[in-house]
Every structure is written in structure tokens, then in C-alpha cells.
Design a binder for this molecule. Structure first.
Ligand SMILES: Nc1ncnc2c1ncn2[C@@H]1O[C@H](COP(=O)(O)OP(=O)(O)O)[C@@H](O)[C@H]1O
Ligand SMILES: O=C(O)[C@@H](CO)OP(=O)(O)O
Ligand SMILES: [Mg+2]
Length: 422
């Protein structure tokens, strides 16, 4: 064991490394016979790494392909593949132009061809061609509204699928009669295949009536022509697709547990489906940490309590931040003056909200130090300004784009410091 902070950063670094997609893609491809006329389409934040691994594995069997990832997420050319970067979480012109390339490729396939479709989270913004009557501007506006309203990703994508010509199974139909093998890195809790990147090659389980409920639940004010597009039902079965999940939040949590144990902590995974409001989750985690210090449960210290998930934020303020930063800032209130506690939360993709941080880390001193600096945590949370608050107390974690994407890793570390300081 080193300091709690050093150990926390080590756990984050090592467990994210364990979910980089290369090995998983290679292992899966070794099991499959995809023939020798393979066309590759890769979408999402992990698209580049997934495509590179597939190309290294399948070599000249890959006859062409398109890779679409977020700005800053590609790592150079891959022989025989076209590599594009585009806007995320809001799509842009490059989203549309590169998706058109993938659509052209899919439509040109015959029954002797195979499409290898590599899917990772972020695909909803990066892979998009709107249905007739809906413009890119419409998609941008609706996406922005959905991301701010506090809806979860299943709800958000139920709406996005219907405004799109490629989401909700429709891309797989374009590739028919070719076979489609889809390898999916999951960043949706419960691994819902129709929700990950809005399931371009998976039958949609959501229905138009679900969409109507979502609109009512979040009181979404949508223009008439958008409402019209949302009445169109999506494909409910596809007969040319096989799908495998090659990684998810469970793996990063298992890994974090193993690293913590190797560093000398007793460790447990509490949940892999944390999905409540970020600031509520922060308070809940702080109460667990206090129980550790005061009552030595649920584990004997030193201990690591690990959670995976994806919290949500109702963005009401004008500040800068992300769900992981908001979670830890909120937690800082509840572990004030508990010197033997650290709470950390990161997006495994390396980006938390529209910021350059992957997440945040706080300890028993954070609340006090912020007060000294004249920052009120409640005010910062109300303005969704977790980034600037954490910046003041060395509480931001920056990894840069990691090239993977399996939701968020959240954990508490407690050492054996017995008492609370006053
Ligand atoms: N100032 C803010 N504070 C907290 N969360 C924010 C803020 N601005 C945007 N967000 C949240 O960030 C989310 C997008 O962040 P991102 O980390 O890119 O998500 P994902 O990794 O799921 O793609 C939006 O859904 C929105 O709720
Ligand atoms: O693309 C998407 O629909 C989501 C879920 O897969 O990913 P992200 O939250 O990273 O945008
Ligand atoms: Mg997400």
C-alpha cells in the first residue's frame, strides 16, 4: 500500500488497461470463420483500437472498411481502411459524411461477403444519417435536449433510433444479403444490445408507445415534424446478424478488485449497475465510507468498495463538469474530516462530460480546502460546475482518450485511520 490517492490512481490505470479491446477482439475472431471477403465497419469511441486489432488478425482477408471515431480518438492510418473522426456527444457534418461512406459500403455487399461490424459506445453520435424530413440541425437540437434532461441512455436511444436511417437495426438491413458479425463493447448497463450505440445491427426492443411515455416523462418539447418521425416503428427481427459482447463494466470492476487486493486491500464489488442521479450516488457512497470508519463494515479495513455504472445528471446550471466529477464533489460533503477515506469516479473512455478530465477524486480534506478557497460545494453542484471546484483541490483525474468505453468505475478506499478528525 502507498497513499490512498496513489493506490486509487493505480487501480484506475491498471483496470482501464485490462479493458482495452485488442485482446478481446483477437480472441473472438480466432473462434469465428468469417470467410475471406470481409468488409469492416467500426463505430464508437473504441472503434480505432477494435479495427486495428481486427485488421492485424484478419490481414488481407479484409477487403476494405470504414472506421468512425470521436475527435482525438484515432491513432493513425490502418492499411486498407478509411479512418474518420466526428463529433461526440453531438453529431456534426463529419458524422454524416463518414456514415454515408459506411452506408455505400454496406449497400454494395453481396451474399458472398461478410461484414465485420465493430460497435462501441459513442456510436449514436458518430454514426448517423437522419430519416427524410429530419435535418442534422434537428438531430443536434434533440440530442442536446435529451442529454440534458436526465433521461437514461436506453430512453435517449429509443428516440434517436427513430430519427435515423442507420440506428435500431436499419444498418444491418442495408448490408443484407451479406452476413453481419457484430462484436460489441458494452457501455450500457445490463448490456442491452439494442441500446449500445443505438443498435445499428440489432433488432429494436423499444416501441413507439415507449417513446410517447419518454416524451411525457421528461416533458420534451419537440417540433411536429420530429414527432412525426417518432411514429415510425423499427425492425423487430433481423436474420443476417450474429452478435457477441466482448467487454463490459463487469470486467473493469473485477479488474479493479484484483488490483486492490494485490495492493493489500480487502475488496468487494457492491454493484455494476449504479444508475441514479450522480450527486445522490455521491452522498450514498460517502455514507458507506462513514460506516466503514465508524463500524468497520461491510469490510475490514483497509478496504476497497467498488461500483460500476453510469449515473445521470439533470444539467440545470451553466457550469462545466461531468457525472463522475459531480458524484465525487457531492461525496466530498459526506466524508468531510474523515482522513482515511478516498472516493474516486472515472469514465473508462477517459472523458467525463464536455471536459478534458476522465473524472475526479476527493478525500476527507477536500470539503475543507474548498471552503478555504471560497467555494461552496452546494453552489458548485447547483451550477453543475464540478470541474472548476475539483480543479482548485487537485481533484481532477486526467487520462486522455483511452480507446475503450465500458461505462464508469467508481470506488471508495479506506485505510485503517480510526477516527474522524474535528
Ligand atoms: N456541466 C455538467 N455537469 C455534469 N454533467 C454534465 C455537464 N454538462 C454535460 N453533462 C453530462 O455529460 C453527459 C455527456 O458526457 P460524456 O462523458 O461524454 O458521456 P458518455 O461517456 O456517456 O458519452 C451528458 O449526458 C450530460 O448529462
Ligand atoms: O453511443 C451511445 O448511444 C452511447 C451508448 O452506447 O454511448 P455514449 O454514452 O458513449 O455516447
Ligand atoms: Mg454513455
Amino acid at each position: 500500500m502507498k497513499s490512498l490517492r496513489e493506490d486509487a490512481l493505480r487501480i484506475i490505470e491498471d483496470s482501464i488497461s485490462s479493458v482495452l479491446p485488442e485482446k478481446a477482439v483477437e480472441q473472438e475472431l480466432k473462434k469465428l470463420d468469417l470467410g475471406d471477403k470481409i468488409y469492416l465497419v467500426a463505430i464508437g469511441k473504441a472503434a480505432w483500437r477494435m479495427a486495428k486489432s481486427a485488421k492485424d488478425c484478419l490481414k488481407e482477408k479484409v477487403k476494405g472498411g470504414v472506421v468512425i471515431t470521436k475527435y482525438g480518438h484515432s491513432q493513425g492510418p490502418i492499411e486498407g481502411l478509411k479512418i474518420y473522426e466526428a463529433g461526440h456527444p453531438i453529431p456534426d457534418e463529419n458524422t454524416i459524411s463518414s456514415t454515408k461512406e459506411a452506408v455505400e459500403l454496406a449497400k454494395g455487399l453481396s451474399k458472398d461477403d461478410t461484414m465485420l461490424f465493430l460497435v462501441s459506445g459513442g456510436g449514436s453520435a458518430l454514426f448517423e444519417l437522419p430519416v427524410d424530413g429530419v435535418s442534422l440541425e434537428d438531430i443536434k437540437n434533440v440530442t442536446d435536449m435529451l442529454l440534458r434532461c436526465g433521461a437514461n441512455i436506453v430512453e435517449i436511444n429509443a428516440i434517436r433510433k427513430r430519427m435515423s436511417r442507420v440506428k435500431g437495426g436499419k444498418f444491418a438491413l442495408m448490408a443484407s444479403p451479406a452476413r453481419v458479425y457484430s462484436l460489441v463493447l458494452s457501455d450500457v448497463l445490463g448490456d442491452r444490445l439494442d441500446s449500445i450505440a443505438s443498435g445499428p445491427a440489432y433488432p429494436d426492443s423499444t416501441r413507439c408507445e415507449d417513446v410517447r411515455k419518454i416524451i411525457r416523462k421528461y416533458d420534451l418539447k419537440l417540433p411536429k415534424h420530429i414527432l412525426q418521425s417518432l411514429r415510425e416503428e423499427t425492425p423487430k427481427s433481423l436474420d443476417n446478424v450474429e452478435t457477441r459482447i466482448i467487454g463490459s463494466v463487469s470486467k473493469v470492476c473485477e479488474s479493479a478488485k484484483n488490483v486492490a487486493v494485490s495492493l493489500g486491500y480487502n475488496a468487494m464489488i457492491l454493484t455494476t449497475t449504479l444508475d441514479c442521479e450522480a450527486s445522490e450516488a455521491g452522498l450514498f457512497l460517502a455514507s458507506i465510507a462513514r460506516e466503514e470508519v465508524e463500524k468497520e463494515r461491510p469490510l475490514e479495513r483497509p478496504c476497497a468498495i467498488i461500483l460500476g455504472g453510469e449515473t445521470v445528471v439533470h444539467v440545470k446550471g451553466t457550469g462545466k463538469g461531468g457525472r463522475n466529477q459531480e458524484l465525487v464533489l457531492s461525496a466530498a460533503r459526506g466524508i468531510r474530516n474523515y482522513p482515511g477515506v478516498v472516493i474516486a469516479s472515472v469514465g473508462t473512455d477517459g472523458t467525463d462530460g464536455p471536459t478534458d478530465a476522465a473524472g475526479g477524486i476527493v478525500d476527507g480534506k477536500t470539503a475543507y480546502t474548498l471552503e478555504e478557497a471560497g467555494i461552496d460545494i452546494d453552489d458548485a453542484l447547483n451550477d453543475n460546475d464540478s470541474y472548476h471546484a475539483l480543479q482548485k483541490v487537485n481533484g481532477l483525474i486526467k487520462t486522455g482518450p483511452t480507446g475503450t468505453n465500458v461505462n464508469d468505475l467508481i470506488f471508495i478506499l479506506c485505510d485503517e485511520t480510526k477516527v474522524r478528525e474535528n
